[in-house]
Design a protein around this ligand. Structure first.
Ligand code: TXA
Ligand code: MG
Length: 370
């Protein structure tokens, strides 16, 4: 019989036990000796089993010692994350890959050569040293080498093997600033390293290399075409393409509702003029009914909406800008107490797959075709 994964709410637990932690925030620049103090403090916290939020080039991560099951346990608690949703192990040096996996396929080295350090996570068979508490009970391990200098300095200072999911409370949009992390995790972790705004704004691309054919499990900044340019043949997990599948997604985290603002988000799909007039109709109706509604649009269409609350994700011709802004805009809906959100689609050429994957999840799959 399969059991429902255990979900522990950090807030309740720490308050019950009277252990609300004082969270410090310290800045880092990604260069020694300027970061010495923050790195020494981080190493101390991590070696004692504590948690530190760190910037990466994708989103902020919630870091703990990946080889310590107790530290992984604390990560799940702090995020309120289901215990079957495995963590990514972050390394700073390619030589450390061998420690995590006993049988690394040739494709892993090819991909690492091209995309590491950077926003790519690879799934490999795990070695004994990686606790199942870190891999959500799986025999495989997700590994990534981030390019952010602060992250790499941190990983080295803390012993080389850092488990780090995105540093948001489970279910909320990932954090692209230290302030977002504070909103979600204040009182639950020892330290937040503030490295400023992240660069990319969407989590890493995940590719599974444990099967006969590499399989894309989560789209990200590195596109399917770029992966294919290195490993030739890549399958796509049907779940991320939005297709119906009887199989659960291969990345357990992809089955949970995610990135969701508190207001009800609906994506409106179709010809530009039809989308605009449908959304205008809906927001006018909401206004009459006393419901606070907002629109998520590209800069080019912004002025076409009558609603008082139109959020600009960026230019449709600048997909990096849209990726970078998406999560912080989703968080702003909450700050404004928006109850209904209508969003355009952002089907941009390369990272559009990743942008739409996150947006569709945030909308709980609610798409209306007009
Ligand atoms: O960009 C990123 O990847 C960020 C930064 C902090 O590095 N991290 C991140 O972690 O997004 P997280 O935990 O929010 O998402 C990790 C995803 C989840 O969907 C999880 O289910 C999947 O990776 N995953 C982890 N280990 C896996 C494994 N062994 N097999 C399949 N999926 C795995
Ligand atoms: Mg996440």
């Amino acid at each position: 019989m399969s059991r429902e994964p255990e979900v522990i709410s950090a807030g309740e637990k720490t308050e019950k036990e009277g252990r609300v932690i004082k969270t410090r925030i310290m800045k880092a620049v990604g260069k020694m000796p300027d970061d010495r103090e923050v790195m020494e403090l981080s190493a101390d916290i991590i070696k004692n089993g504590g948690l530190v939020a760190i910037p990466t080039e994708t989103v902020y991560g919630l870091a703990g010692n990946a080889l310590d099951p107790k530290a992984s346990g604390k990560i799940y608690k702090a995020k309120g994350r289901p215990s079957d949703n495995p963590l990514i192990v972050h390394i700073a040096d390619i030589k450390d890959l061998k420690v995590l996996s006993p049988d690394i396929p040739e494709n892993a080295y090819k991909l690492a050569e091209k995309f590491w350090p950077g926003p790519l996570t690879m799934i490999l068979n795990k070695s004994e040293i990686v606790p199942k508490a870190t891999t959500g009970g799986l025999d495989t391990v997700a590994v990534r080498m981030p390019s952010n200098e602060i992250a790499r300095e941190f990983i080295r200072a803390c012993g080389g093997f850092i488990a780090a999911p995105s540093a948001n409370t489970s279910g909320r949009p990932s954090c692209t600033t230290a302030l977002h992390v504070k909103e979600d995790l204040d009182g639950r972790i020892e330290l937040i390293i503030d490295g400023g705004d992240v660069g990319i704004g969407l989590e890493s691309t995940i590719i599974d290399l444990t099967g006969a054919v590499p399989c894309l499990l989560r789209p990200g900044y590195i596109s399917l075409e770029e992966l294919i340019s290195v490993v030739k043949n890549v399958d796509v997990d049907p779940v991320i393409a939005g297709k119906e599948s009887r199989m659960p997604p291969k990345a357990p985290g992809m089955k949970y509702r995610h990135y969701a603002p508190r207001g009800e988000l609906t994506i409106i799909s179709g010809e530009r003029e039809k989308v605009i007039s449908y959304i205008n109709e809906k927001t006018a109706r909401a206004k009459k009914d006393g419901i606070k509604a907002a629109v998520l649009a590209c800069s080019e269409n912004r002025a076409c909406y009558d609603s008082a609350l139109v959020y600009d994700a960026g230019s449709i011709y600048n997909e990096e800008e849209i990726a970078h802004n998406l999560f912080s805009v989703l968080r702003r809906f909450d700050e404004e107490g928006v109850q209904l959100i209508y969003s355009e689609e952002f089907n941009t050429p390369n990272i559009g797959m990743a942008i739409m994957n996150r947006l569709i999840k945030a909308a709980g799959n609610k798409i209306i075709k007009v």
